[in-house]
Design a protein around this ligand. Structure first.
Ligand code: ADP
Ligand code: MG
Length: 699
């Protein structure tokens, strides 16, 4: 029987070299296997047919059955279009095509029954449908309830390679013995325990579902399988004991830690802070390298945790470094940490791109001699010229700006063994997802804010409210508070955005003539930026007009208002980050989202999430539902560019959890994966993840 993964698609009946080339180029389908795993993105239920007479033009999508009455072309040149009148007996609807006019006119005729699928709308008082999917009604598709619809590219469509054509090829493939008798990839215990469909049955039903229930079971089986192998890969190969790197053993907690904890620390740690410190002490004492992700909402107190973890490294005779994504943030870390470190006699320095040569040389020397114990900085830290005497711990703040490869460069900073790594993020994502997306990291969560914090009051406002908004900001300033006003800035649109920012700055300066207004944006020289930030941080400037450079970490507790202009252009997580800049003191703080009046329903919903919750996990989950995990900050650079066919990391949280548990259970019984099924699955995993596992082995 042919091996599905190794049989070239051109040999499939109905394909041949030419179409094979198209499939390869357009859809990345090279083999039988690729085609078999090219799943429909949607299903048409042939049993549900709408009546033209019932349409209002606001339905999301409808299916009509009937015939074309007339075809006419209209317009000239690029405006040329084909218009057809379609009837199902209950009424008529206009159908319009703006391209491929000639070929469409040739394909369809007035004496065949068709099924149309598309979104109707009202245009000049009559109903129309633009570019619907059109299928001739055949016995086959009339009797069949659910039919898969496949994603196509424009090129394929222009070559009349329709969804139906793909479907036909797949049906042919499903009828080959190689597919009908395809061996199951999951052991029978799992199939029984989770009541899974067999692989052969699932593949059949995903393309040709016999009914809705069979489709759901097929989807479940295929998603489960995909996630199960993903989790098995993570647990066995990436985190598995055999691959874990040897780590420095930090066996004790000593003088620095105790001195700080007993004499310097001003407040009791929250329960969550204590718990994560314990988790890290355990990791760092285990003899394996720690690779831990610390999630905690903005303001949850990650900095103090980072500092105390660094003290454990120092107590064991090692150095530590803290790396932040921007100079501003690195500077703020220094400002927070330096006084604490000074108080217990620990040496700290700051290294960034703008550190002067002389200073830099001194830092290099002090690092090599071991005199300098904690180095804080930006990307400048991972340059090769920066060498430590014995780096034991690397802390990375706001991980979404650092990829796995960059983290790996830290490994080389200690020649004996890689340092322990603590990655901190304020973009919380659900735990199981975090364990999957950051497969190489263990996850700790600070799920408790320090006592006494008042939730930030968030409101959504529009242009007509601008004057009132300024009045409100003014009232806060009169009470001695400060305000941020943030503008979006995206690269594609940089000129326009900078213009809007500068105009905003002028307007704000005009409205608040009696106050000093500072401004920062990413295009400024670092010196100028620092100067402006300093004006705001010191309270000399009451208002800071800024782009998202202030997004992460900036800490000015006296600021009580965050105004976000064009809020609809920000992602939810970003809005949450920005909001986290206020509410840092004991007083009530406010976040005002300024948005266009004519928001789409989705956008309005997105912004309303912000007004309804302060919980970063809820925000993150909503964000993920709306945007999908591929777009989430972090997942792109996390290094796990999964090639998932069917599972959706954002939506299949429950299945991820089941798959995770199943993988853990499996490895408990077969830790080396050397039973017959273990070996079979190991081979399968290598087959799927081979191109992707390398990053897990970086050392
Ligand atoms: P983030 O997690 O956003 O980095 P920070 O570490 O900047 O949060 O902490 C926010 C503020 O809360 C800081 O001013 C810090 O001193 C304070 N803080 C941290 N932990 C506690 C605590 N347990 N009790 C009271 N205040 C705390
Ligand atoms: Mg922070």
């Amino acid at each position: 029987m042919p091996d599905l993964r190794r049989t070239d698609i051109q040999y499939l009946h109905g394909v041949g070299p030419k179409r094979a080339e198209l499939l390869r180029k357009e859809l990345g389908i090279n083999t039988y296997y690729d085609l078999l795993y090219y799943f429909p993105f949607r299903y048409i239920d042939r049993s549900v047919i709408n009546r033209v007479a019932d349409l209002h033009g606001d339905e999301p999508a409808v299916q009509l059955r009937g015939r074309f009455i007339t075809f006419t072309t209209a317009g000239e040149g690029r405006k040329r279009r084909l218009q057809a009148l379609f009837t199902d007996g209950s009424g008529t609807i206009e159908v319009v095509w703006f391209n491929r006019v000639a070929s469409i006119q040739k394909t369809y005729n007035t004496n065949t029954q068709y099924i149309l699928f598309g979104k109707p709308s009202m245009f000049n008082n009559h109903l129309n449908i633009v570019h619907p999917e059109v299928d001739p009604l055949t016995v086959e598709n009339e009797t069949q309830g659910l039919t898969g619809v496949y994603n196509l590219t424009e090129v394929l469509r222009n070559r009349s390679f329709t969804s139906r054509a793909i479907h036909k090829l797949i049906v042919g493939l499903l009828n080959t013995p190689a597919v009908q008798h395809v061996a199951d990839t999951l052991p029978p215990e799992l199939i029984n325990r989770f009541h899974l469909m067999s692989l052969a049955e699932a593949l059949h039903n995903i393309h040709l579902p016999s009914n809705q229930q069979a489709l759901q079971r097929a989807q479940f089986r295929l998603k489960f399988e995909e996630l199960f192998f993903l989790e098995l890969n993570i647990l066995h190969y990436i985190k598995g004991s055999s691959r874990r790197l040897v780590g420095h053993v930090f066996g004790r907690v000593g003088a620095y830690f105790h001195d700080f904890y007993n004499n310097i620390l001003q407040f009791p740690l929250t329960g969550a802070q204590k718990r994560v410190i314990r988790e890290m002490r355990h990791d760092m004492g285990s003899g394996k390298q720690m690779n831990r992700l610390l999630q905690g909402d903005v303001g949850s107190g990650k900095t103090i945790v980072a500092f105390m973890t660094a003290l454990i490294a120092l107590d064991n005779g090692y150095q530590a470094c803290i790396m932040a994504p921007t100079e501003i943030l690195a500077g703020q870390h220094l400002d927070t940490i330096k006084p604490l470190a000074d108080a217990i006699g620990v040496k700290v320095a700051l290294l960034t791109g703008s550190t002067r040569k002389r200073e830099r040389t001194m830092i290099h020397e002090a690092l090599m001699s071991g005199e300098l114990q904690i180095l804080i900085g930006t990307h400048a830290l991972i340059e090769d010229t920066v060498q430590f005497r014995n780096l034991g711990l690397a802390i990375i703040d706001e991980q979404h700006r650092f990829g796995v490869a960059q983290r790996a460069r830290l490994w080389s900073k200690n020649r004996v063994a890689p340092p322990h790594v603590l990655v901190m993020t304020a973009t919380p994502i659900p735990r199981t997802l975090a364990m999957t997306v950051y497969g190489d990291l263990d996850v700790s969560v600070i799920d408790e804010l320090p006592p006494g914090r008042k939730p930030v009051t968030t409101v959504l406002r529009h242009e007509p409210d601008r004057f009132k908004m300024y009045q409100f900001v003014g009232s806060q300033l009169r009470q001695g508070r400060q305000a941020y006003i943030v503008y979006p800035l995206i690269e594609e649109n940089e000129k326009l955005d900078l213009h809007a920012l500068e105009q905003g700055y002028e307007q704000v300066s005009e409205v608040f003539r009696q106050y000093r207004v500072a401004m920062v944006h990413g295009r400024m020289k670092p010196d100028e930026k620092d100067h402006q930030m300093m004006l705001f941080a010191s309270g000399q400037a009451k208002i800071l007009v800024a782009t998202t450079v202030i997004e992460v970490g900036v800490n000015v507790p006296n600021a009580s208002v965050m105004v976000i202009e064009d809020a609809e252009r920000f992602g939810l997580s970003q809005l949450h980050q920005l909001r986290g800049r206020v509410g840092r003191g004991a007083d009530q703080s406010y976040c005002i989202l300024m948005a266009r009046t004519d928001l789409s329903r989705d956008t309005r919903h997105r912004l309303q999430v912000m007004t309804q919750t302060n919980d970063g996990f809820v925000v993150a989950e909503e964000d993920m539902k709306l945007r999908g995990p591929g777009d989430m900050e972090g997942t792109q650079q996390s290094g796990i560019a999964f090639n998932l066919h069917i599972a959706n990391l954002a939506q299949d949280g429950q299945i991820i959890q089941m798959a995770r548990n199943a993988a853990e259970d499996y490895l408990r019984d077969d830790p080396q994966m050397d039973t017959p099924w273990g070996r079979k699955m190991a081979a399968h995993i290598r087959e799927i993840f081979d191109k992707q596992t390398n990053w897990g082995l970086i050392s």
